[in-house]
Each structure stands twice: as structure tokens, then as C-alpha cells.
Design a protein. Structure first.
Lengths: 326, 219
């Protein structure tokens, strides 16, 4: 020990704390251990932004369709029609009045509106055009009923009572159309969800591939981290931070472009929507084509999902790869 | 501290690099690991650091079997070991200060708790004016000192150093040796793999001599 005592004596300075001051900005305690540029390049950001943009568009359009469908459904559900078939040698106009009077006395009906012959003819115009032949055809007469939504009548009982009380009179509660709308809405909704799932799967595949590349290009860093005692959890967190930032950045970019599209959509429809009838059809399909606040919240949810997908996929990707290297 | 029981290693079907090594290194001891080039010094250090698994026998570290341990257990054991690599293994995108602080950051310490310690250590190893420089602009000797600082910053229970004075002048070599001795006095077991006979003359410590895949303890 004499040797090392001499050695210690030969060096004046002991390992003591000095007054050295390290400015915080220079110590960069939070400097990323894994450089962001080696994990998430610009092209990856662009790809994820495009996926988010398409996902936001899909989610937004499905939302618009659902909103329109809900509006149709509400309209149809609150209005029913009574149809009076013409019967030979009877006064249809008189029968119309009798049925209207009967209906006005029934509970749960807020208004009764008999349609004139002209109104009925106008309803057929889109299919038959303007023709004098309508006046000689036995066109059924209609009575439009507004249902009191707070206390709606039992439709089955009402239909049976009408048919029992009047010959050739039927009640159409639009169930067929309601079922059609529900089918169409559900189909479009499921289609939209399927597209979103595919987008999510594609984004996941892209992130898995990017995680592999990131781990390969940062192999040396991962080794050093293991050597200084880093757990796989710590290493995965270092990578997932970058992927989360990528997800948020790309997600917001995609959602921003989708928002611009939805803001401009009404004007775009007017510009490229063709004639008045086409524009009217598009309006019928997706309403006024502008998202309401819940619609924009939906886009924000898409961004959150994309960012979470990026983070979680990269985390498990890193775990899987590190485990396979054991 | 370290117990090797009939440890052997061969790559694939090749000859044994290390053969039937049995050793017991007590806590707080200081050893030089020496032997000719290619005798297996680095291989033995890598096995002690669990980056290489023996093909035969068992290695016990800190009273635990360190052969075929899980990743999380290995990480926990490595936190008790400091290692200095021959090729330094510094991260080029981090400053010298950040490289040295890495083991403390990895275990979740707050920067305010180690800021001064890292700075003091860097001053002590003569890198005070280089602490905010990046490894690519450091000389070989400076990198080596940074690597040593990183290995000892966490006050490890075991320090493994592979040719730690290979790239520094004799004066700095003495200074670094003094750091190892100081750590050893504080309770750290030290194993230094070296060819440097001058260094070994400066401090009397047992030598683990490797030749023909076997080890002999001298002194």
C-alpha cells in the first residue's frame, strides 16, 4: 500500500466538489438520447400526415352522412301519410274530408293537411312530367299528418282503425323508408369504419417498418444504453417519444388540411356540383356539407388515435425487436 | 463479488477461447488483468459484463447467477458495474457532459442531483474545457477520459476497464490510475485489463494472467 500512498500524495487535488458553475442551457439535461432525425424523417411525417388526412376525410364524411340521415329519419318519423284510393262512383273529395275530420279527432296527431289534386299531381311530376293525363288518371289522394312527438299515437292501432272505418284508405308510416335509410346509413357507417381500420392498419405497418429502421440505424446507441444499465422500457420510451411527436405533428397537419377541405366543401360543391338538381341531390346526401363543432371534435379524436397508434406501435415494436435480439 | 465456476467459451465449432476458468474476486479488491494480445482479456471482461454468455460453466455476480439472466435483471446488474471500453463507445450526438451523465439519467436521477458531480468529475479528469464539446472533436485521450468518467460517475460496485490508459500520456495515466485507486478505496472492486507494465508497477495489486485460455492469479 506504500506505493499507492505515495501515488496519492504525489497528486495534490482530491476528488472534491468545486465551485464550477455549469449553466443549465449548456447541460441540456433533456437533450434527446436518440436523435429525432434518425427516427422520424420528413418522408415518414408526410406519409402519416396523408394517412391522417384521409382518415379525417373518411370520418368527416361518414359523420356528415349520419347527420343527414338522422335529419331525414326525424322528418320521416314525424310525418305519416294517409292514402285514399279513388273508388268508382264515389266522391273522393268528400271521402277526403271525412277521413281528415276523423283523423283530426285522434290523439297524438298535431296537424292534418289534406293535399289537393294539384299537390298530388306535383308529387308525381318528377316521374311523369307535366301532363294533362294526370287529371284523368285515378291518382290517390293524400293526407299529410304531423305526429305529436311527445305523445305519438300507436301506429298499428291507428292504421287498423282507419282501414276498418273507411274503405280504400291506408296509412303509410314510412317504415319502409326508415328501414331503407337505416340500411344505407349503417352500410355507409360500416364502410367508413372499414376504411378507417384499413388506414389504421396501414399506419401501424408503416410505423412497425419505421421502428425497425430506427432501431437498426441507432443500434450503437441502443447498445450503449444497455451497457449503462438502461432497461428495455427506458429504451422503448426514448423511441416512442419521437413517434408520439411524429404522430401529433403529422396528425395535426393531416387534420388541418381535412378541416380546410370541410370549410371549402360547400363552395367546392357549388363550383363542381353541376346543375341545380345535382347540387340538390348532394345536399340531400350530406346536408350543407359543413361540419358542426362535434364534427371537428371527431377530427381531433382521429388525431389523438393516430398519435396514440404511432406511440403504442413503436413501443411494442421496440420491445419485440429487443426481445428477439436477446 | 465475482465467482467464475469452470467457465469456458468457444465460438461455434472453433477452439476454446477461454477454458475451465474458476475464479473468486472478493468485494473491494483490485486486479490487473493481463496477458498477450488475443489471450481473451476483452472476452473475459465482456463475459463479466454479461454481453457475452459462457458456453460452459457459471458466472456469479453480486451473489446472483449472471448466466442467462433476463433483460431486466441484466440491466439491474449492469447498473452496479462501470465499464470502460477500448473503443470508448461515446455517443457522438451528445456532449461530453451528457455522455458522462448518461448512466445517472438512465436510472431516473434528477439533473439537479448530479449536475455538479458530473461537472466536478469532468474537471478532475481534465475535461473541464471540453465538457460541452462533442466526442468527434475530442482527441483519443480525451475520449478515453470521458469514457472513464462515464464508467465511474455512478460509483459502481465493480469497475471493469479495458486498456483504460492506452491513449493517454504517462502523467494522465497516473492520474486515471489514482482515480481507480480512490474508487477502490471507497469500496469499488476494480479489474483493469492492460498491457501497460509501467502502470502495473505503480500500484501493487494481484494480476490475473491469461494465457492459452486459462487464468493464473499472481500476487
Amino acid at each position: 500500500m506504500a506505493t499507492d500512498d505515495r501515488l496519492l500524495e504525489s497528486h495534490g487535488s482530491e476528488i472534491k466538489m468545486t465551485e464550477f458553475y455549469a449553466p443549465a442551457r449548456q447541460t441540456r439535461a433533456s437533450a434527446p438520447i436518440v436523435p429525432a432525425s434518425s427516427v422520424t424523417g420528413r418522408s415518414l411525417t408526410v406519409v402519416v400526415a396523408i394517412m391522417c388526412f384521409l382518415s379525417c376525410l373518411t370520418a368527416g364524411f361518414v359523420y356528415l352522412l349520419n347527420q343527414s340521415a338522422a335529419a331525414w329519419f326525424a322528418d320521416i318519423a314525424s310525418e305519416v301519410t294517409v292514402q285514399i284510393q279513388p273508388i268508382e262512383n264515389t266522391d273522393t273529395e268528400k271521402r277526403l274530408g271525412q277521413v281528415a275530420l276523423y283523423l283530426a279527432k285522434q290523439p297524438g296527431i298535431s296537424s292534418v293537411k289534406p293535399l289537393s289534386e294539384r299537390d298530388s299531381a306535383e308529387l308525381l311530376e318528377p316521374w311523369l312530367g307535366q301532363t294533362e293525363a294526370l287529371s284523368v288518371l285515378p291518382v290517390p289522394r293524400l293526407i299529410a299528418l304531423q305526429i305529436d312527438r311527445r305523445a305519438p299515437p300507436d301506429m298499428a292501432v291507428l292504421a287498423r282503425n282507419i282501414e276498418d272505418s273507411f274503405q280504400g284508405v291506408t296509412l303509410d308510416d314510412h317504415r319502409f323508408w326508415q328501414a331503407q335509410i337505416q340500411t344505407v346509413t349503417r352500410s355507409l357507417g360500416l364502410g367508413g369504419i372499414a376504411v378507417l381500420i384499413l388506414m389504421g392498419a396501414a399506419t401501424t405497418a408503416i410505423i412497425v417498418s419505421a421502428t425497425k429502421s430506427a432501431l437498426t440505424s441507432n443500434r450503437e446507441i441502443v447498445e450503449v444504453l444497455h451497457f449503462v444499465g438502461a432497461t428495455d422500457t427506458f429504451i422503448a420510451r426514448e423511441f416512442e417519444k419521437h413517434f408520439l411527436a411524429l404522430g401529433i405533428r403529422a396528425g395535426l397537419t393531416g387534420a388541418l388540411f381535412a378541416t380546410i377541405i370541410f370549410i371549402l366543401l360547400p363552395a367546392l360543391i357549388r363550383l363542381v356540383g353541376g346543375n341545380v338538381v345535382t347540387a340538390a341531390e348532394i345536399r340531400r346526401l350530406i346536408g350543407n356539407a359543413s361540419l358542426d363543432p362535434p364534427g371537428y371534435i371527431l377530427l381531433a379524436i382521429v388525431v389523438i388515435i393516430i398519435a396514440a397508434l404511432c406511440m403504442i406501435t413503436s413501443r411494442y415494436g421496440v420491445y419485440r425487436i429487443l426481445n428477439s435480439r436477446q | 463479488m465475482i465467482r467464475l465456476e469452470n467457465v469456458g467459451l468457444h465460438y461455434g465449432q472453433g477452439p476454446e477461447v477461454l477454458s475451465n476458468i474458476s475464479l473468486h474476486i472478493k468485494p473491494g479488491s483490485f486486479h490487473f488483468l493481463t496477458g498477450p494480445s488475443g489471450s481473451g482479456k476483452t472476452t473475459l471482461l465482456r463475459m463479466l459484463f454479461m454481453s457475452l454468455q459462457p458456453t460452459d460453466g457459471d458466472i456469479h455476480l453480486f451473489g446472483q447467477n449472471a448466466t442467462n439472466v433476463s433483460a431486466s435483471r441484466r440491466a439491474q446488474l449492469r447498473r452496479r458495474i462501470g465499464i470502460v471500453f477500448q473503443d470508448f463507445r461515446l455517443l457522438d450526438h451528445l456532449t461530453t457532459w451528457e455522455n458522462v451523465a448518461l448512466p445517472l439519467r438512465v436510472i431516473g436521477k434528477r439533473v439537479s442531483n448530479y449536475k455538479e458531480d458530473v461537472t466536478d468529475l469532468l474537471q478532475w479528469v481534465g475535461l473541464g474545457d471540453r465538457m460541452y464539446g462533442f466526442p468527434p472533436v475530442l482527441s483519443g485521450g480525451e475520449k478515453q477520459r470521458a469514457a472513464i468518467a462515464r464508467a465511474v460517475i455512478g460509483k459502481p460496485e465493480l469497475l471493469l476497464a479495458d486498456e483504460p490508459t492506452g491513449n493517454v500520456d504517462p502523467q494522465m495515466a497516473r492520474r486515471l490510475l489514482r482515480l481507480f485507486i480512490e474508487l477502490n478505496r471507497l469500496g469499488t472492486s476494480v479489474i483493469i485489463a492492460t498491457h501497460d507494465h509501467q502502470l502495473m508497477k505503480q500500484f501493487k495489486a494481484p494480476r490475473l494472467e491469461l494465457h492459452d485460455g486459462t487464468v493464473e492469479v499472481i500476487g
